[in-house]
Design a protein around this ligand. Structure first.
Ligand SMILES: Nc1ncnc2c1ncn2[C@@H]1O[C@H](COP(=O)(O)OP(=O)(O)OP(=O)(O)O)[C@@H](O)[C@H]1O
Ligand SMILES: [Mg+2]
Length: 514
């Protein structure tokens, strides 16, 4: 190697060509080195030495095995040997930095062949590909979640339709034989199982971000305190629960019901991770994300309300941690967990325009942080969301147009409407419904499915009605609503999530027809 620290012997000029070359080598963003056939460094630029936490003179003249960490030497010994055997090759390796983060590098080795064909040494050119790897990993992870989301969303849609039929018919059977104990004996467990299925689907829909959300300004501290009472009741005495907030008022734009459900899921996970007892902390604070932190979470920079659930439990290993947001991933015994808790939390946070952070260390514990968009709007009065629906006395005699392509679902909903005293006209697609709207002036409400075959789906039908009968109220119902928020916000129509009970339907009709 010509490039070294010595002033050029030929010119006697310490600021000569060699020094300039060396400065260039130190300035370029690549790790460059040369080692001889005795595995000893003869040259290393600044970046190469710094990669191993050293200065160049702590590398040059030293053996490779004494410079690079043992984990790296074990991994690269074989390619180094092959390069000294005359082979040119490229390989990648990983290394941990002082903070325990994994760094990735790609190295190319070029043998230095002498005049007689003998290998004198080897040039090393390496680049830090950590950032590239992280981006690739984040992208792959996002694509995987997207794909599972679509798959589970489709599944949930079909199941919702089936459950609507099952639950509707069971309810019908119960109503037809109100005092028949023999029938109730069969109906009760069937209804319970169907309701269990509906809850499962609800979490799956939350994961695939197809759960209709009702975001409003929510004072998060108040909500946490309310939930803490409930959570404390489900914890054994060996677990201490603490809540704390760094800010007096924390208003997030979110769906209060889903946030409660997310907190409960996280608290139950924490409980399960502390069979011997421990400490569960629920904390809240304003978290301001700068551009870099926000990009890492794939959300816009700005102020978020962060709710952190921390436990002192078993923690998770890296493999478990890599899969926790996937639906049906569970390490719990059969029947003890369905693996839908964290997916629900993840989907809810993403759909709300926020994100989830998770950190876990084995034997130390786990921290899951929910970030929700902060708002300056004043929170809605407590209890407003849960307002009980008034009895729907004025529904009797209303003519409802029911639009649904699945005949069995249509039958169930028709019966529910009839039981509420409504008269029902049916259409099995959007086009047919549009014709009826044009011709039957007496219709006082349209209840329509969103996804339907043919040219006109529920959204198209709503737009049609807006043009021809602007005053006619519309309710959309669906078990599978892509961009549910867009539907409710853009079209301004309420959305009824399938499967729904007669009571939910009644409350919704009541609110609309008030
Ligand atoms: N706080 C925690 N500490 C340790 N491991 C956890 C924690 N939270 C989640 N896990 C791990 O992640 C897995 C997935 O959690 P998730 O909440 O999605 O499903 P589950 O708890 O197994 O089932 P479900 O919530 O549907 O009843 C758990 O089985 C567990 O292995
Ligand atoms: Mg869980």
């Amino acid at each position: 190697m010509d490039i070294d620290d010595r002033p050029s012997a030929q010119t006697g000029d310490p600021t000569g060509e060699n020094r300039r070359l060396r400065d260039i080598m130190d300035a370029i963003p690549a790790h460059i080195a040369y080692f001889d056939d005795s595995w000893t460094y003869r040259y290393a630029n600044k970046a190469y030495a710094a990669w191993f936490g050293r200065e160049s003179d702590q590398v040059v003249g030293h053996r490779i095995v004494d410079v690079v960490p043992a984990e790296v030497f074990d991994a690269v010994r074989e390619p180094l040997g092959r390069a000294l055997g005359g082979e040119r090759l490229t390989y990648e390796y990983t290394m941990s930095d002082a903070a325990g983060r994994t760094l990735y590098a790609r190295s190319t080795l070029v043998p230095d062949i002498g005049a007689a064909g003998e290998v004198l040494g080897c040039y090393v050119h390496a680049v830090d590909i950590t950032e590239q790897r992280r981006t690739q990993h984040a992208l792959a992870q996002a694509q995987k979640m997207e794909a599972i989301g679509q798959l589970s969303g489709g599944l949930a849609h079909d199941f919702n339709n089936m459950l609507t039929v099952v639950m509707g018919n069971l309810a019908g059977l119960r109503e037809a034989h109100p005092d028949d104990a023999a029938i109730e004996e069969f109906v009760a467990p069937a209804m319970q199982a169907a309701q269990g299925g509906a809850q499962l689907i609800e979490r799956l829909l939350a994961f695939s971000r197809q759960q209709p959300l009702a975001p409003r300004p929510v004072e998060v501290n108040e909500l946490i305190l309310g939930m803490a009472k409930l959570i404390r009741r489900s914890l054994p005495e060996t677990i201490a629960l603490h809540t704390a907030s760094r800010n007096a008022e924390l208003v997030a734009m979110t769906d209060a019901h889903q946030l409660e459900s997310a907190l409960l899921n996280l608290a139950l996970n924490a409980r399960d991770a502390m069979p011997e007892g421990g400490e569960l902390r629920i904390e809240s604070a304003v978290e301001t994300l700068d551009a870099a932190a926000a990009a890492e979470l794939d959300i816009p920079p700005g102020d978020y309300v962060q709710v952190t659930v921390r436990d002192s439990g078993t923690g998770m290993d890296a493999t478990t941690l890599a899969h926790v947001f996937e639906p049906f991933f569970t390490t719990k015994r059969f029947g003890m967990g369905s693996g839908l808790g964290l997916p629900m939390v993840y989907g809810f946070a993403r759909q709300s325009g926020g994100a989830v952070r998770i950190r876990s260390r084995q034997a130390c514990g786990t921290m899951v942080a929910l970030l929700l968009p902060r708002t300056v709007a004043s929170p809605a009065a407590a209890g407003e969301a849960g307002r009980a629906a008034a009895p729907a006395t004025h529904l009797a005699g209303q003519l409802v147009l029911l639009v649904e392509d699945d005949p069995e679902v249509r039958t169930v909903v028709r019966k529910q409407l009839a039981a509420l005293g409504c008269s029902v006209l049916e259409a099995e697609n959007g086009q047919e419904a549009a014709d009826i709207v044009e011709n039957v002036a007496a219709i006082s409400l349209v209840l329509s499915d969103v996804v339907m075959p043919g040219g006109l789906d529920g959204c198209g039908l709503t737009r049609f009605i807006r043009r021809f009968r602007p005053g006619l109220p519309v309710i959309l119902m669906s078990g599978y609503v892509d961009q549910a928020d867009a539907i409710t916000q853009d079209l301004g129509v309420p959305l009824l999530a399938k499967p729904f009970s007669k009571e939910r339907l009644s409350a919704m009709l009541d609110a609309i027809c008030r």
